[in-house]
Each structure stands twice: as C-alpha cells, then as structure tokens.
Design a protein around this ligand. Structure first.
Ligand code: SF4
Length: 287
C-alpha cells in the first residue's frame, strides 16, 4: 500500500518584507506602551497577522470605503502611526508631521526600489491591480505615471514618449506579466522594461509552475486579500488542469472540506504565518 504524502513547497510562509514589518510593529508596541498605536491599513494582507498584532495592543485601521486623508487628520500627538509594507503616498507623512504625530514606515525595501525607479523616470507605465495599496502608492510617486490595470485594456494613445519605464506591482503573476510585456513591445517602440516581481513571489510561482505529474493535489494557504496568494492560485489553476487545487485561509477552511490526496503539496503566500500552514498540514496528515 502506498502512503499518502504531503510536503511543504518552499519558499513558504513569511517573506523578509513581511518579517521586517511585523518586527517593526512589535518593536514600536514595546517602546511606546503609553501611546495608542495604529497600523494605517493592513500591515500585511493576512487576518491571522492582524489578530496577532491586536494581541500586542496594535490597532489596525480598516481603510475600506474611507478617505485616507480624512482619517489621517484625526490622529493626535497621543497616537503612533505605522505605515504598511505596501508603501504609501508621501503626503500621508506630511499630514502627520504637521500635526506632530510620530509615525513609522514598514514599506518593504523591494517596494521602495520600485518607487525610486518611478521617481527617476520621465514617463512610467505602472502595471498593477486597481485599488491595491501598493499600486495606489506607486501612482503618486511621480506626475507622469500611467496606470496599466491588469484587468482592463490599456489605452496606448496616452503614451507620450518612445521609451517609457515599464514597471510593475511586486506581487503579480510572472505568466500574466510575460503576456503584458509582449503586448507592450508590440505597441511601444523602445520600452524600458524593469520586472519588479519580487523573488519571494516569483520563486513560489515557479515552484508551483514546475510541479510534476506525481503531484495530485495543490493546497495554497493565504488570504484572499493577498495579491501574491491569489497569483499563486492563478498560476496553479492555469498550469495544472488535472490536479485538485484548493485555496485555504486557515484551518477552519480546511476542516470544512473533505480533501483527499495521494501526493499533495502545500504552498503559501508571503504573508501567511508558518503556524497556520503547519496546522493545516498536521490536520490533513492525521484525519
Ligand atoms: S511579497 Fe515581496 S514585495 Fe511584498 S513584502 Fe514580501 S518581499 Fe516585499
């Protein structure tokens, strides 16, 4: 009899950008015990992480359907604000500085690298997902940024130069980006293409992409709000039509499903805690 096998597909769990952001938030909570500490939006896109921060007395401000500028104006000098790993417009810091509010920046270095390139460019086409906080922040880095929404047709008539910078959100799918770059090359004479998908995202997608016929089940663990988790799921769906593919946020999701497998892998988004992944693995191995 062949025993069922389940293994973790590496890299897995938090990336360095997420680890840095969580460590910064915990350090701030430790040092400013007498202040109200707020994360401005989701520090990273994972509900388990938000709960963990809550346990440290760090409140997360949900910005859904809110005007961020109006929310910022309400902070006082008794508050500490932490900006998220996805980046933010400079004007947010200006507003807090004027009000004498202390703030900390958890923006991932890879995101900052992308923003710096945009700042130094005469014209940029930024490829991203509409309303994602990283994309929103990227569009404010320079006055000459055109937005290429991955879910819409791009209007090339707005492009003014022959060699704009072509840059992207760090957590896109490499498969969709390859197609978009091809289309851009057909429509723009001499585009200056910089691929900014971060390694933490890319290596996971490639690992999924390269899975062989011996694997019958792929389990992706992460939040539906997490761009890189959803892109892992997309790559799995596109490349592995004959495998069972599941997207789980947590152990409760797993218990609701009757997952059967012979040879499974668990992969995760970059904001998924290792604890959540291990809970799911143990449950599936022992049920
Ligand atoms: S997924 Fe990439 S860009 Fe986002 S925090 Fe992690 S390393 Fe940084």
């Amino acid at each position: 009899m062949t025993l069922a096998m389940i293994k973790l597909l590496k890299p897995i769990a938090h990336c360095y950008g997420v680890i840095n952001a969580i460590n910064l938030a915990k350090k701030v909570a430790n040092e400013y015990k007498d202040k109200n500490i707020y994360v401005f939006g989701l520090l990273v896109h994972n509900e388990e992480v938000t709960k963990e921060l809550d346990g440290y007395g760090i409140k997360t401000i949900d910005l859904t359907n809110k005007n961020p500028l109006e929310v910022l104006k309400k902070f006082t000098s008794r508050d500490i604000v932490i900006f998220t790993a996805h980046g933010h417009p400079d004007v947010y810091e200006d507003i807090l500085s004027i009000k004498g509010v202390t703030y900390f920046d958890a923006t991932c270095p890879k995101v900052k690298e992308c923003f710096n390139a945009i700042r130094g460019s005469k014209e940029t086409i930024y490829i991203g997902k509409r309303n994602h906080p990283e994309a929103n922040a990227a569009l404010t880095q320079n006055d000459n940024v055109l937005f290429y929404d991955i879910n819409e047709k791009f209007d090339y008539s707005q492009v003014k130069t022959d060699n704009p910078l072509i840059i992207n959100q760090t957590t896109l799918s490499f498969l969709e980006l390859e197609d978009i770059h091809k289309e851009i090359k057909e429509n723009i004479k001499n585009p200056n293409i910089i691929d900014e998908i971060c390694d933490a995202t890319l290596l996971r997608q490639k690992a999924i992409n390269e899975l062989g016929d011996d694997i019958d089940t792929i389990i992706i663990v992460g939040s539906k709000k997490s761009s890189n988790t959803m892109k892992l799921y997309e790559v799995a769906k596109k490349k592995h039509l004959n495998k069972a593919i599941y997207l789980l946020e947590n152990i409760e999701d797993c218990k609701k499903l009757d997952i059967k497998y012979k040879n499974a892998v668990i992969a995760s988004g970059t904001s998924t805690p290792l604890n959540t992944i291990n809970q799911i693995k143990e449950y599936l191995e022992n049920k």
